[in-house]
Design a protein around this ligand. Structure first.
Ligand code: CDP
Ligand code: MG
Length: 169
């Protein structure tokens, strides 16, 4: 099974929609193997968004600094989800980075509508509810950055009999 990192951003926590969004992942059969609420500092997000995510290199200083400031506006909830090809499945459910472009039915498409241009015009990072690892390499690095081994749990979900050999009802 593959693991991926999701982070409910301050806009999701402050809007009180964490439970609703999380239900979508549980309904799809993804298993929560780690979770915590925290308010990381600039350096933590620097490593997350540039050291691992290369956002500053890709999008420039202005977008990068706006995004880091927006992420520090309140607590976030980080989780590690596990499942079959979890990274790709979760990204599909999350949708396009820009909510305006994100398809209906995706989390960003259903819960937000803002654009890159509007966010930049007010000096904010695009409020798009949730972070999700983009690929398996990023997932591995992000999980190590956000969670220690002892914070990740190993247990059987009842529906794993459908996805794993040797598991019985
Ligand atoms: O989050 P995702 O992997 O879809 O996109 P990214 O390119 O890795 O960018 C990380 C985050 O930076 C986005 O989710 C947005 O919150 C923010 N961002 C932004 O505010 N304006 C942009 N033009 C690009 C990204
Ligand atoms: Mg990314």
């Amino acid at each position: 099974m593959e693991k991926t990192l999701i982070v409910f951003k301050p806009d999701a926590v402050q809007r009180g929609i964490v439970g609703e969004v999380l239900t979508r992942f549980e309904r799809a059969g993804l298993k929560i193997v780690g979770t915590k609420m925290l308010q990381p500092d600039y350096d933590h997000f620097y490593q997350h968004y540039e050291g691992i995510g290369t956002l500053k290199s890709r999008k420039g200083d202005e977008i990068f600094e706006s995004q880091l400031a927006s992420m520090q506006e309140g607590p976030v909830i980080a989780m590690v989800l596990e499942g079959v090809e979890a990274v790709e499945t979760v990204r599909k459910m999350v949708g396009d980075t820009e909510p305006k472009k994100a398809a209906p039915g995706t989390i960003r498409g259903d819960y937000a509508h803002v654009t890159y241009g509007q966010a930049a015009s007010i000096g904010r990072g695009v409020a798009n509810i949730i972070h999700a690892s983009a690929d398996s390499d990023e997932a591995q690095k992000e999980i190590n950055h956000w969670f220690s081994d002892s914070e990740l749990h190993d247990y059987s979900a009842v529906h794993e009999k459908f996805t794993q050999p040797g598991k019985k009802a």
